[in-house]
Write a protein that binds this ligand. Sequence first.
Ligand code: FAD
Length: 397
Amino acid sequence: DRRVVIVGAGMAGVQTAVALREQGWDGEIRLLGAEPHRPYDRPPLSKAVLLGKAEGSAFEVDFDSLVIALELDREATGLRAAEHILDTDTGPVPYDVLVIATGADPVALPGSEGMPGVHVLRTMDDAERLRPVLAGQRDVVAVGAGWIGAEFATAAREAGCKVTVVEAADRPLAGALPAEVAAHMADWYEHSGAHLVTGAHVAAVEPGAVVLDDGTRIPADAIVVGIGARPATGWLAGSGIELAPDRSVATDDRLRTSLPDVYAVGDCASFPSARYGERLLVHHWDNALQGPRTVAENIVHGPAEGPVYDPVPYFWSEQFGRFVQYAGHHAAADELVWRGSPDSAAWTVCWLRAGVLVALLAVGRPRDLAQGRKLIERGARIDRELAADAAVPLKAA
Ligand code: FAD
C-alpha cells in the first residue's frame, strides 16, 4: 500500500503531503483540489490580500521537488471505500490510503444566494471580487460580527469604506466568548468608525441595500456574509462514512475515519479530545498545521505505532488594530480571571477549571499567550490572585 491520495489542496491537504515527505514516506502522493489556483493560505485573504497589500498568498512549497503530484481543478464527487476508489469529476482515482481534507464552506444568508453584490469570504476568488469594492471605498455591510466579520470590517475601514456590521446576537463573537468579555469588543467597532448594529436580523437583501427586520434600510454596494462555515462533506453522501451531527467527518483519536484506510483532517473533521472530554471541530489554521503531522505519522508508522491527536487549540485574529489570540477550550462553567483592564490597550482573560488553566484570551499580550499555552498543555494549576496581576508573568502555582 504505497499510494496516498489527499483530497482538498488547502492548508491541511498541503501540510499532510509535506509532512509525509518530511517523515520519510517514499510512496506516491497525489494531492487533488477543486480550486484552479495553486494552493494558498487563507488568513491573508481577510487582511493583506483584501487590501491589495499582497498580491496572493500561495504556499511556498516546491511540489515538484517533493514529488507531490498536484491535480488542481479536480473535484471529488464520491467515495467507494470497499473498492478503495475516490470518484472525481474527471474519473476514478484508486488509493491505498485516502486523506480527506476538503475544509469548510461558508454558510449562505438564506434567500440571498447568488444575488449580485452578496459575497462570502473564503477563497482567493472571493477576495479578488471584494478588492475593488474596498479600493473604490464603497458602502459595505457585513452580516455577522464573528471573526470574519470583524476582520472584513477592519480592512474595509482601513480602505476608507463606510462600514455597517449587522449582528443577530447582542454582542460580537457571541458563539465564541462570554458576554462579559465580548461586550468590550463592541467598542472596537465604533472606535474604528464602523457601525455595529446588534440584535438585528436581515429581513431582505435588495439591490443596493440591506433591510433589517425593524424596517431599517442600510445602503450597501456590497454585502459580506460571515455567519459561519460548515464542513465540506456533502460529496461523501452515500459513502457510508460516519459524520458527526455538525456534518464533520467523525474521526477517532488518530484522525482515522470509520472507513478503512481513510483519514480526515482540518476544517472538515472532528476528533475526540481526551483533554477536554468532548469531540472538537476546530476551524482554525493551527489545527490544519498540527493535525496533518499526526495523520502523516500514522500513515508512515501504521496506526498501532502512530501518535494520538489531542492538541491545545490555538488561533489568532487581527482586528481593529489589535492582535487577538486564544489558546485552549473553555466551557460556560469555567471560572474567568481578568488580567488587566478591558478598557486598556492590552489585556488577558484566563479560564480556570478547579484551579487548572484551561483557556486564555490575550489581546495585545503575546507573552501571556505563549506562557499560558504551555501551562495549558501541562495541565498546570495557577494561583488566581497572581494570575490577576498583569505585571507578574503567568506561571504554575
Ligand atoms: P480549506 O482551507 O478550506 O481547504 C480545503 C480545500 O479543499 C479547498 O481549497 C476546497 O476547494 C477543497 N475542496 C473542497 N471540496 C472538495 C472536493 N469535493 N474535491 C476536491 N477539493 C475540494 N484561522 C486562524 O487561526 N487565524 C486567522 O487569522 C484566520 N483567518 C482566516 C481568514 C479567512 C478569510 C478564512 C476563510 C479563514 C481563516 N482562518 C484563520 C481559518 C483557516 O484558514 C482554516 O482553518 C484553514 O484554512 C483550514 O484548512 P483546511 O485545509 O482544513 O480547509
